[in-house]
Design a protein around this ligand. Structure first.
Ligand SMILES: [Fe+2]
Ligand SMILES: [Fe+2]
Length: 153
């Protein structure tokens, strides 16, 4: 599986989980807790393989400063979820209205970020990185992802 196909598959799951979480109500306390842990795990594995392997490969292949800005924006968007919204949710009451608001914001952040990657970054990467290299990169990313998910289990 090439790197971009792998990331797009991840995106489908991240959309599904974040949407499910955003659609829960204040009564679904246990479901919310479970979904948040699952989403956090999948998001962490995904953003880590992007930051360790995919973004550096794109930066290596590009000489355009705009691409470097796009990658920096991507990393910052990862941080907004991982360091801000998700920790806030761990500290909030899953039975509260506040939590409902946070779950919606998390979903919006994730959808926005995935759309930008799919519409701007991935086509760029396809243009700049050769087919063979995308395959090799995909294999390294998949191996790293499995390792990360194993560590987090
Ligand atoms: Fe990302
Ligand atoms: Fe992504």
């Amino acid at each position: 599986m090439d790197a971009i196909t792998l990331l797009r598959e991840d995106h489908k799951l991240l959309r599904k989980l974040s949407e499910e979480l955003a659609e829960t109500t204040e009564r679904a306390v246990e479901t919310r807790k479970k979904l948040l842990v699952r989403l956090e795990t999948e998001l962490k594995a995904h953003t880590t393989i992007e930051e360790e392997l995919f973004y550096p490969a794109l930066l290596d292949a590009s000489e355009d400063i705009e691409d470097a800005r796009m990658v920096a924006e991507g990393i910052e968007e990862h941080r907004a979820c991982d360091k801000k919204v998700i920790p806030d949710m761990h500290h909030a009451d899953p039975g509260s209205i506040a939590y409902s608001g946070q779950a919606k914001v998390l979903k919006d952040y994730i959808f926005h970020h995935l759309k930008e990657e799919e519409e701007e970054m991935f086509p760029k990467a396809r243009d700049l990185i050769g087919r063979k290299e995308l395959q090799d990169l995909g294999e390294r990313m998949l191996a790293r992802k499995k390792e990360l998910l194993g560590e987090m289990a």
